[in-house]
Structures are given as C-alpha cells and as structure tokens.
Design a protein around this ligand. Structure first.
Ligand SMILES: Cc1cc2nc3c(=O)[nH]c(=O)nc-3n(C[C@H](O)[C@H](O)[C@H](O)COP(=O)(O)OP(=O)(O)OC[C@H]3O[C@@H](n4cnc5c(N)ncnc54)[C@H](O)[C@@H]3O)c2cc1C
Length: 414
C-alpha cells in the first residue's frame, strides 16, 4: 500500500512546529495537522487595544541555552535580555523585608530537604515543615512553577527541572507566540481547523481519521497535550494503552493569565513586580508595565488559576483589582481596566497549563516519549525529561521525534 505522506505531525504547537522545521530541511514529505484555526498551541500572542499580550508562554526560560533565542536572532526578532523583576516586591508593599527574608528561608529550607533528605513518598508536600508559617507562600510558588499544589507533585520531577534550569529568563517584545508561529517554514504543508479524530495502525504505517477524510502516512508524530491524550478525543489503538496510561500520571497543571490596562494617573512603575498576598496560595503574581507599556500581567497557578477558570473573567478581574488595590491603595481602581484573560483549562484542544508528574511518576516522561513500532512517535513538552512545561522543552522534543522518524525512514540495507 502506498501512503499519502512520509510524516504527519499532529498538533502545531512549539513541538509540532519544531518537528516540521527539522523535517522540512531534510526533504521529507510532511503534513502538519492542527485542530484550531492557528499555529502555536499554548504559545499565543494576541493584540488587544494596541497591546501585545502573550496569553501562554512569555518567558524564554533557560535563555542562554534556549533554541528559540537563536531562531529569534536569525529571523530578526528582538530579544529583551534584561533581568526579570519577579523576585522583587515593589517598595515591599504588603510584604515587609523581614517577611520576605522569612519566606525565602522557608522556601530554601523546604528545597534543602528535597535535595538532602527527600521523603520516601516522593511527594513535595511531605517535605513541608508541619504547621509552617509560609506554607501558603510555598503553595503559591508551586502553583506558578508547576500549576498544582505540593501534595500532587513528584519531588524527583520538580528537581529535574530545577537542576537543569539556568535561571536566565529573556523575552521577545513581539511575543513568544508570534515568534513560534512565524517559525513554521512556508514549505510545510499545513491544514488548520483539522482535528484528528483517530489514529489507526496499518501494514504500511498509520491512517489518520479527520472530519475531512482519511490520511495515510508512513509515520506520525503526536504532539498534543497530556490532557488531550487522556481526554480521549483522539481514538488510539489499544497497543498504545501504556502511553495513554503514562499521560494520566503527567496531568496538566492549572495556569492562567489576566491582563489589566493602566489608564490616567497611577503609581505603577515600569518593569516592577508584586505578589498580591504572600500568605495566600491563590494569590496572583503581577508583572507591572512589562517593556514599559501601560499593562499589568497577572499570573495565576494551581488553586488561583482554578478559581479564575471556574468563576469566570469578571470575577477574575475583580479579584486581581482587589489584590492590587490592597497594596497600592483604593484609588488605583480608577486606573485599571480589564483587557484580556486566558482560559487554557477550558480549551478542548489544550486542557490546562503545563504538565507535572504525580509523586513517584517522574520516570513516566520517558515512557510517553518512546516511539511505537517505528511508526508512531511522541513529542510535546510533557515528553521532555527536564525541560518539560516550557516552549523550549517542547521544541527539543519535536526535534528529537523528527530525528527518530528520520532514522526509522532511512532506507535499510547495505
Ligand atoms: C499561562 C501559561 C504560561 C506559560 N508560560 C510559559 C513561559 O513563560 N515560558 C515557557 O517556556 N513556557 C510557558 N508555558 C508553557 C508552554 O506554553 C508550553 O509548554 C508549550 O507551548 C507546549 O507546546 P507543545 O507543542 O508541547 O503543546 P501545545 O502548545 O499544546 O501544542 C499542541 C497542539 O496540538 C493541537 N491539537 C490538540 N488536539 C488536536 C487534534 N485532535 N488534532 C490536531 N491538533 C490537535 C493543539 O491545538 C495545539 O496547537 C506557559 C503555558 C501557559 C498555559
């Protein structure tokens, strides 16, 4: 049986785009299928009222070894290399220097226990001090970093990321989503608004069912999120139960962003930061006037993101404005206007923020990354052993899967 394509890539996020770039340069007959109307997935830059906003990824983490930096440089995208303001509390508002020291010490002590004396359970909450004063703060940090509470997190997984991270965090003023979408070479065949409904194994490779008909290929790369794999919208053969099972141990955390526009007289200084309430696990982290523009970007993780998604945008904006008014004074209410809010967890083709491993399950990232029978290959942030939860981890996973495909398709023999 002849097939329509050498490779079909399912999902046009950072991983799918990276795989397509790699395969395009090697002359493989490649088709990229994307369920939504756009390329980028969890990388999505929008322009609202003249403001460039990244609803998903915004920071080029581990920037000194992040492949998107080289792509940005090569394609004329400016990269902002100044340090982020995350670890500062503007004018110590609502968070005294003594409390900041105490919270930092609590974090360092917890982290030290993970490193030197990790609990057998591999559960990050089991390394908390009983009745610790700063548990709410640690839970808020866990929400931002992993999208989930410490009781759901594998220590080994958290440490794999943390140890590999280089702490350089840069930005693309034009938007990380814009960069990733622009990186897809025009030579790659692309079908948007084409959700894959099922993948079946055939003698000559795979067949892929879509609303628009059946597509055959020698190989396929599946790059969708773990929530999509578990959700069952793509019918997978029973031979892939082990992969589906691995995805259940790597759920997507909750991560959402909310943007406010600043108008009129206001006390907000460019490139500053506050955490809303350092004792509240649901609190927002507010990046004030990124690149100097009149915008505040609120970031919510874990419980905070759940509240945002469940109570809706109006309640989310009210919550963020209340937190900022409590720090900067009630007058700022007059200067803050709702601009945009994400809702990743409710998007059918995404289903959450980014993956974390449940206690005892960090090794299943390798299971999810394994090729099946030289025909089906897996990429996506969740498949990366230590750069998971990022756009550069997704990129690297796409390149790895493309290389595996090329090795499988290489003519064998003398
Ligand atoms: C709020 C938020 C903030 C973040 N901040 C950062 C950050 O600052 N820095 C960073 O590095 N990372 C960040 N991330 C994480 C980063 O965005 C992701 O790790 C990365 O974009 C994931 O890429 P991916 O290709 O693995 O998956 P995805 O982006 O999910 O791509 C998968 C694609 O598959 C498509 N798809 C799904 N189902 C089907 C189907 N049936 N058929 C065809 N296509 C399908 C989806 O529409 C999607 O386009 C953030 C994420 C969120 C949500």
């Amino acid at each position: 049986m002849s097939t329509d394509w050498d490779v079909v890539i399912i999902g046009g996020g950072a991983a799918g785009t990276a795989a397509a770039r790699r395969l395009a340069t090697r002359g493989f007959f490649t088709l990229l299928l994307e369920a939504s109307q756009r390329i980028g997935g969890r990388a999505h830059t929008v322009n609202v009222a003249g403001h460039t906003l990244d609803l998903g990824c915004g920071w080029l983490h581990s920037a000194d070894r992040n492949p998107w930096v080289g792509i940005a440089d090569a394609s004329g995208f400016a990269v902002e290399r100044r340090r982020s303001a995350w670890n500062q509390q503007y004018r110590d508002l609502g968070f005294s220097p003594e409390d900041q020291d105490a919270a930092d010490e609590a974090y360092a002590a917890w982290h030290g226990r993970l490193m030197s004396d990790p609990p057998q359970s591999d559960c990050a909450a089991d390394a908390l001090e009983p009745g610790g004063m700063w548990d709410g703060y640690l839970q808020a940090m866990s929400g931002y970093i992993s999208g989930a509470g410490l009781e759901r997190l594998s220590i080994a997984d958290y440490l794999a990321y943390d140890t590999a991270s280089t702490r350089y965090n840069w930005r693309v003023p034009a938007g990380y989503g814009t960069l990733i979408a622009a990186s897809l070479p025009p030579s790659v065949a692309l079908r948007l608004a084409t959700p894959v409904e099922a993948i079946n194994l055939e003698a000559a490779g795979v067949s892929i069912a879509t609303r628009a008909g059946r597509i055959t290929a020698r190989t396929a790369i599946l790059t969708v999120s773990t929530a999509v794999i578990v959700g069952g919208t793509i019918g997978l053969p029973s031979e892939l139960d082990e992969w589906r099972h691995a995805a259940t141990s790597l759920p997507l955390g909750r991560n959402e962003k909310l943007f406010l526009e600043i108008v009129g007289d206001n006390p907000f200084e460019p490139e500053t930061h506050v955490i809303g309430d350092p004792r509240n696990p649901r609190t927002g982290s507010y990046y004030i006037r990124p690149f100097g523009g009149p915008v505040i970007e609120g970031f919510f993780g874990g419980e905070g993101a759940e509240v945002l998604a469940e109570h809706g945008p109006a309640a989310g904006f009210a919550y963020a404005i209340d937190e900022l008014a409590a720090l900067f004074g009630s007058d700022v209410r007059r200067s803050l206007r709702p601009l945009a809010v994400s809702n990743w967890s409710r998007m059918d083709h995404i289903g959450g923020g980014y993956s974390y491993a449940l206690p005892g399950k960090s090794a299943v990232r390798d299971i999810l990354a394994r090729p099946f029978d030289g025909r089906l290959f897996f990429a996506g942030e969740a498949t990366h052993r230590h750069d998971f939860s990022t756009a550069h981890g997704a990129y690297q996973s796409g390149v790895r899967a493309a290389d595996e495909v090329m090795a499988a398709l290489r003519p064998s023999g003398p």
